[in-house]
Design a protein around this ligand. Structure first.
Ligand SMILES: [Zn+2]
Length: 62
């Protein structure tokens, strides 16, 4: 399963494909694939999330 991060609110979803509408912010938002594909970023213990990609893609700072 892949990890997807809503670029609107930062909510992360684990699914094969991301939903059209984010269940957290209820917006139709762009999803960033933040899945960790290599063991170096923690593997399943980290929720299969590539934290580097996750942090770089986070742009909800106001
Ligand atoms: Zn969202």
């Amino acid at each position: 399963m892949a990890a997807w991060k809503c670029n609107n609110c930062g909510n992360t979803i684990h699914a094969d494909t991301p939903p059209d509408t984010c269940p957290s912010c209820k917006e139709k938002c762009e999803y960033v694939d933040v899945t960790c594909y290599i063991p170096e970023c923690g593997g399943p213990e980290s929720g299969n999330i590539n934290t580097q990609v996750f942090n770089e893609s986070y742009k909800s700072e106001e």
